[in-house]
Design a protein around this ligand. Structure first.
Ligand code: WT7
Length: 658
């Protein structure tokens, strides 16, 4: 580095707050600071601004119906269709030839769908699904990677009023079966395979294996042929080729079904404290308004933009901010099939340069990987089209924030660090990019109309600087309505902790720890339940533990997260072999296979440590904190409250050696 570069780095290192550039403010969708006061004064009518971003078949009569708290209803009486909002109205308004989806495959092939073409494709597939028997309210499972047929299938379902349940393609066969069983889903759309680091990956075998575990009859399976000759597959009697069916329905016109605002748009399964995944239910009116509103106000998306969120559509980020939010606003949304380092570590920067991307939204884990690879990769590309950057999924450390700001944004793009969850449907805590000063590492204030705070165990707001828990006092349109077929668990998981039903006080508890500063900026500290955040993906420790104890020869297991430079958190498994077994390589491989089979490669453990005992308190509870500290290489402090303190050093020694 030159002397000048060194002093620039030093200045950046010390700078604690950053203001949005004037040029950004001037063009922003939302730039009047009064918006916070307006939302507060006009609450809940303020949310009409979100609903106004959509076209309604019939106007709603009530913004918020809170008769049956916490089963809130939004925009009741209103009717609309999500696919008509994402497609038809843009075509009618003259955007037929604007690119809706620009897709790039890992091997470099590209496909662009204009709004007109996307609408045709969605209608043809909707006609296909209807022909196969899909009716309004039937749950259709989509087990697909990042190929255009995934958003097409989502929008086709939405057109028919059939809720979709997308299962991340990296999840295992078991995970697919669990989710299809829980949703009693009788239809599956999947594909033969996809590319990963240049290899053709077989997906259909995994889908078929999953289907074997489905307990009810599956009437139809539609299979997209992504790989052509690179992978041959055969189709069972109830399985059909996507292209053949769609060709039969080419040119079909399918009226979008008018859905009640509160009708389910989709289900998304996510991990919780128990082994059973939670089926988060999102609605048509509230969710879509909220996805559109946050895309407009936080991501500053304009119809003429090329916008790119590098998440996978298999997670909520992709639902809200690759598909529904951007398409509702009529912009061009990018999709990339593969990994960021294939064939070289500048792949994403090449995509941004080539497509003149305006807004880029990614995850801290990705940024940490980019940092590790080096600034020379983005430096090779012209990234001057970028106007705004975003992150989501986990806390971002100030060093990674500043790297992103300088080496990707050229110190000219505001960064929004957006805190939210599968359950919240959209962003909740973040700066508004044209209004608030940015503080690296802190997500920012709650969005206008979002009543979030940081409280102690008793529910009292904590002083600035003290750690506490995030809670949300008022409902918002994008919130989950319930856990599918499980209202009791919905109440238990999110409302029990801080609500006082007798006083009619309902408080949503997201299970995150946080701090707040004097300016009301919230810094998220991470989950406070038994859920890990690995590379921005939520994994339940109980799910992993139950996979491990299912291995013959393993008696007991504890799974915790340990700090990881790139992933944020990594999975650590501590296991006790059964009598007569020894923790050797064989058991370790079996434990890894079991995790792979029950969840998928994303849950692959960093290490599996065998020990004759787990550290337990005198009352017999496993000391998870201690296991986390061992995994993270932290100071262990006193172990005197343990029943078996001697085991700690033995385990720590093994982790170090691993
Ligand atoms: C959990 C939700 C929201 C879509 C992706 C993950 C953590 C999310 C941030 C952020 C700190 C964050 C929280 C949250 N999280 N965004 N900007 N800063 N932590 O969705 O799988 O439902 O996970 O991700 O712990 O509870 P999810």
């Amino acid at each position: 580095m030159t002397q000048e570069e060194v002093s620039l780095e030093a200045r950046l290192e010390e700078q604690e707050s950053f203001d949005p550039p004037e040029s950004f403010v001037e063009q922003a969708n939302v730039s009047d600071p009064e918006i916070y006061a307006e939302f507060e004064d006009e609450w809940p009518e303020c949310w009409e601004r979100a609903a106004d971003l959509l076209s309604w078949d019939s106007e709603y009569d009530t913004v918020l119906d809170d008769d049956d708290e916490p089963f809130y209803e939004w925009f009741t009486g209103g009717e609309l269709n999500a696919s008509a909002n994402c497609l038809d109205r843009h075509v009618e308004e003259g955007a037929k030839n604007r690119a809706a989806i620009k897709w790039e495959g890992e091997l470099g092939e590209t496909r662009t769908y204009t709004y007109g073409e996307l609408l045709n494709e969605v209608e043809a597939f909707a006609a296909t699904l209807r022909d196969r028997g899909v009716e309004e309210d039937d749950v259709v499972t989509l087990y697909m990677p990042m190929i255009p047929e995934l958003p097409i299938a989502m929008l086709a379902c939405a057109r028919l009023g059939a809720p979709h349940s997308v299962v991340f393609a990296g999840f295992s066969a078991d995970a697919l079966a669990t989710r299809m069983n829980a949703a009693e889903s009788e239809y599956l759309v999947t594909c033969d395979g996809y590319y990963r680091r240049g290899d053709a990956l077989d997906h259909i075998s995994k889908a078929n294996e999953g289907l074997e575990g489905v307990e009810h009859e599956v009437s139809d399976v539609v299979v997209v042929d992504r790989l052509g000759d690179a992978l041959t597959h055969s189709l069972a009697d109830n399985q059909h080729d996507y292209d053949e069916l769609v060709a039969e329905h080419a040119g079909a016109s399918v009226e979008p079904v008018s859905r009640d605002a509160e009708d389910m748009l989709f289900l998304m399964y996510t991990s919780g404290t128990t082994g059973e995944p939670k089926g988060v239910k999102h609605t048509t009116g509230g969710y879509l308004s909220y996805a559109a509103w946050t895309s407009h106000s936080v991501l500053d998306i304009k119809p003429e933009d090329t916008y790119w969120c590098s998440a996978d559509i298999g997670w909520i980020t992709g639902h809200s901010y690759i598909v529904y939010g951007p398409l509702a606003l009529g912009t061009t949304t990018m999709m990339y099939e593969g990994t960021p380092d294939y064939p070289t570590k500048d792949r994403l920067w090449e995509i941004i340069e080539k497509n003149r991307v305006d807004v880029f939204y990614t995850a801290p884990t990705a940024i940490r990987a980019f940092m590790k690879w080096g600034k020379q990769y983005p430096a090779e590309h012209d990234l001057s089209s970028l106007r705004l950057l975003g992150t989501v999924g986990e806390p971002i450390n100030p060093r990674a924030w500043k790297w992103y700001y300088k080496h990707i944004g050229n110190e000219e793009c505001p960064i929004v660090d957006t805190w939210w969850q599968t359950e919240t449907g959209g962003m909740m805590i973040t700066t508004l990019p044209a209004i608030n000063t940015m503080k690296p590492g802190s997500a920012g204030p709650p969005l206008p109309g979002i009543d979030a705070q940081v409280v102690d165990a008793a529910g009292e707001e904590v002083e600035a600087g003290k750690a506490g828990y995030v809670t949300v006092d008022k409902p918002w349109p994008g919130m989950l309505r319930t856990l599918y077929n499980n209202d009791d668990r919905f109440l238990e998981e999110y409302w029990q902790e801080y609500s006082d039903p007798d006083a009619d006080e309902w408080v949503y508890f997201p299970e995150d720890g946080a701090k707040i500063d004097d300016d009301g900026y919230i810094t998220i500290l991470g989950r406070v339940d038994d859920v890990l955040n690995v590379s921005g993906h939520r994994l339940g420790t109980m799910e992993i533990e139950s996979a491990v104890v299912g291995v013959e020869g393993i008696a007991e297991a504890a799974v915790v997260g340990g700090d990881h430079e790139v992933k944020g958190e990594a999975v650590y498994v501590y296991a006790i072999p059964e009598d007569g077994y020894e923790g050797g390589d064989d058991l370790e491989a079996k434990a890894e296979d079991a995790i792979n089979d029950s969840i998928g490669p994303i849950a692959r453990p960093e290490s599996v440590i065998f020990t004759p005992e787990l550290p337990k308190t005198r009352s017999g509870k496993i000391m998870r904190r201690l296991l986390e500290d061992i995994a993270s290489g932290n100071d262990l402090g006193s172990t005197s409250t343990l029943r078996n303190p001697e085991i700690v050093e033995e385990i720590a020694g093994q982790v170090e050696a691993d």
